[in-house]
Design a protein around this ligand. Structure first.
Ligand code: 3HC
Length: 292
């Protein structure tokens, strides 16, 4: 791969994929977002357009820059449209099977052998995803935070197979091109942030489950007592309770520490389809049209 990364692909247009695509387009990059089909691709476009509108309304972005960013984005239901990309960021559901399938397919589709294949996984092994490709040295973790246009951090995750060139390209991309602050983590479940954050969210869920305090009081406690921008149950609702449960399972599988074990209430809420903001109800009720 010669020169800086200008052609980016994002696989998955949910809240993380749409956010990653938005920051790429806002940074002037030619960005292709791939979803499972044309209808999901249209929904991803709506998600990005809604967030760009929000940035304009909040005075963070001129209207013309929002239009330019949208014009740089292509939404597709066909993974082969990513063939000419210099970097692809996978941001599909936090499931080993789903992510493995995407990496195996990208390995066949992306033509440049020096292209970087990145995963936005929160907790799965970057090495295992790399091993399903014939180019594990080009596979790296690029872990963004939700809401992606607002939060300035990216974790760059290096597996035992990732080459130094790939890490340098990932860092240059996240830091210089997107303007994010980069921290580095080895390839351990949860990396730096989720390994610390998720046990805290699970403790809050256990506290609510035991009747120790109400969801509202737990959140108010951490917002007003510790100046967190949102309490732990609101944050779990923002991340998505299915994603929180998947991350907890990966952490527990890796470390076997009780603090990572998903509490029964979390499991039940996921089974009940009460996933937080994206379904309109989690620990709190939401307007489904309000992204956060
Ligand atoms: N583009 C750019 N800026 C935007 C924007 C957009 N689309 N939307 C909002 N903003 C800006 C606003 O202008 C505002 O900036 P200001 O403070 O300079 O005025 C700021 O973002 C906050 O926006 P709002 O006023 O609309 O909203 P709130 O004040 O209610 O904040 C929140 C909402 C940003 C979600 C805040 O509550 C927050 O930061 N919560 C914590 C989120 C968090 O911890 N995320 C990490 C989750 S863990 C994760 O993602 C990892 C994964 O693996 C699970």
């Amino acid at each position: 791969m010669s020169g800086p990364i200008r052609r980016v692909g994002v696989v998955g247009g949910g809240q993380m994929g749409a956010g990653i695509a938005e920051v790429c387009a806002r940074a002037g990059l030619d960005t292709v977002v791939c979803e499972v089909d044309a209808a999901a691709a249209r929904a991803a476009r709506e998600r990005v357009a809604g967030s760009l509108d929000r940035a304009v309304r909040r005075g963070k972005l001129p209207e013309s820059a929002a239009q330019d960013a949208l014009a740089r984005l292509v939404f597709t239901g066909d993974l082969t449209d990513l063939a000419d990309r210099q970097l692809v960021v996978e941001a599909v559901v936090e499931s080993p099977d789903a992510k493995t399938e995407v990496f195996a397919a990208l390995d066949k589709i992306v033509e440049d052998p020096a292209a970087v294949l990145a995963t936005n996984t929160s907790s799965l092994s970057v090495m295992r995803l790399g091993r399903v490709t014939g180019r594990a040295d080009r596979v790296v973790g690029l872990h963004f935070f939700n809401p992606v246009p607002v939060l300035p951090l990216v974790e760059v995750v290096t597996s035992l197979h990732t080459s130094a060139d790939t890490v340098a390209a990932a860092e240059e991309f996240a830091g210089r091109t997107l303007g994010k602050t980069v921290i580095h983590s080895r390839d351990r479940s949860g990396f730096v942030v989720n390994a610390l954050l998720v046990p805290y969210l699970l403790s809050a869920i256990r506290m609510a489950e035991s009747g120790f305090a109400t969801a509202a009081d737990i959140d108010t406690g951490m917002e007003l007592g510790c100046a967190h921008p949102m309490g732990p149950l609101k944050l779990a609702d923002l991340i998505g309770l299915d994603t929180v449960a998947s991350i907890a399972e990966s952490l527990y599988d890796e470390f076997r520490e009780p603090l990572y074990a998903p509490p029964p209430l979390l499991q039940r809420m996921v089974e009940a389809g009460l996933l937080g903001r994206k379904t309109g109800r989690g620990f709190h009720p939401y307007d489904p049209y309000d992204p956060y």
